[in-house]
Design a protein around this ligand. Structure first.
Ligand code: PGA
Length: 220
């Protein structure tokens, strides 16, 4: 059991994260609150555009983005990897194939997050960079609804591997598509020059420490 640090009065901890990070942060928040029972966390989740608005208004102590808004004056620190993978229904015709080329999937319906989503932003940048033609997507504004729709046979999608693994309906798979996963990472973000609260500093240290221990133990 974790030792409680009841003596430390760290106050509020306001964290805002993009939707993909909601699969990661609560795990660490639970442990952290056990260690620091005096802390009062407020946890906000939104797409990239929504979290940028919060950042601009300086509403929170700490932010997590996978595509930090470089056009703003910010400080970003690497948190961990967030690879984006192609998902399909488990009986997909290419399920056992290696090195699938994107053009083999071109006639599939592609389900994508809404404009304003960092996941969509990263996917569009990837296709543009590779000079690969991407089909017009069907927009679905939620990772969970995308997973359900793929499971129901509506099409394929590109999502964070964390979104696939956490709380995923059992019958989804990752397809082995050439050049995938799209490399992507999460970052801790603060407005430049903002003094981090002691609660935010302690939480950041707690997560960084936990992740480095996982890596040392060989966890994914
Ligand atoms: P979002 O989160 O797609 O909900 O904006 C993603 C991100 O930036 O990882």
């Amino acid at each position: 059991r974790l030792a409680k640090r009841a003596g430390l009065s760290l106050g509020h901890l306001r964290i805002s994260v993009v939707t993909t990070a909601k699969y990661l942060i609560p795990h660490w928040l639970g442990e952290f609150c056990e260690q620091y029972p005096n802390i009062e966390p407020e946890f906000q989740i939104g797409n990239r555009a929504e979290i940028i608005q919060r950042l601009k208004q300086n509403l929170d102590d700490l932010y997590v983005f996978s595509n930090p808004p470089r056009e703003l004056e910010i400080e970003a620190e690497f948190l961990t990897h967030n690879p984006l993978v192609v998902i399909a229904k488990q009986d997909h015709v290419l399920k056992d194939k290696h090195n699938i080329k994107w053009h083999e999937l071109y006639y599939e319906r592609l389900l994508m997050r809404e404009n304003g989503s960092g996941t969509r932003f990263a996917i569009e940048a990837f296709f543009k960079n590779k000079n690969v033609k991407m089909q017009n997507p069907i927009t679905i504004a939620s990772n969970e609804a995308i997973k359900e729709s793929v499971m129901a046979g509506l099409g394929i999608a590109i999502v964070s591997r964390h979104a696939l693994n956490h709380m995923a309906p059992g019958n989804l798979i990752e397809l082995a598509v050439e050049d995938f996963p799209i490399p992507n990472s999460w970052y801790w973000v603060l407005p430049k020059g903002k003094n981090s609260s002691s609660a935010a500093k302690a939480f950041q240290a707690h997560v960084n420490q936990g992740l480095s221990e996982q890596v040392n133990l060989g966890a994914p």
